[in-house]
Write a protein that binds this ligand. Sequence first.
Ligand SMILES: [Fe+2]
Length: 212
Amino acid sequence: MATKASAGARDYTVKPLFAEPYFVTSIAGAITAEQVAFIQSLKMNRNQVNHISDDLYIFRHPELASIAKAVDGALQTFATEVMGIAQRLEVTQSWALMNPPGVGMHGHTHSNSLVSGSLYYAPLPDPPGNMIFERHNTYRQLELAVDNERTNIYNAPRNAIVPKEGDLVLFSSSLQHYVEPNQTKQDRHSIAFNSFVRGKIGSFRDVSELEV
Ligand SMILES: [Fe+2]
């Protein structure tokens, strides 16, 4: 008796169990030309290949107060509306970055931080150098390539964000990410920062309470 070739399932559904968000808002209205000049006058150090400000708490400068306030507002929106938590998110370290022509940033995550952010405070080169997020941040013994035409939100190994001037991007600090090399002759400027929760976590009665 002949056996039928496997035809695969015809009726099925695929639904998301969980999803990884990133958040974008424009804070262009909170950034002045004087502030752009101020940030670009900060002392920069070479950081492997890109350049990083010597000052690693730049949002504490009174000159950048309107930017720090806009970032704080976006973090509270992210905490309340996206994460659904009662605690505040407060910026910890904040630093300026500059990628000269040809330079990107290798893959990394941000330790001791919950939510990290990138701020594209100045005009960007064209192409702007995308920020690429990776699904995995650990060694994988088995890497199964996904067909290009079948790549979707469930199987994509990475996804790109195209930065725009004025954009503030928030994402989980544990997400592995890198920046594409700057293919232009102009410098690529950005700010990065980390944040942590402030408030009461856990339950007094369950003896899991922690005030941070
Ligand atoms: Fe980063």
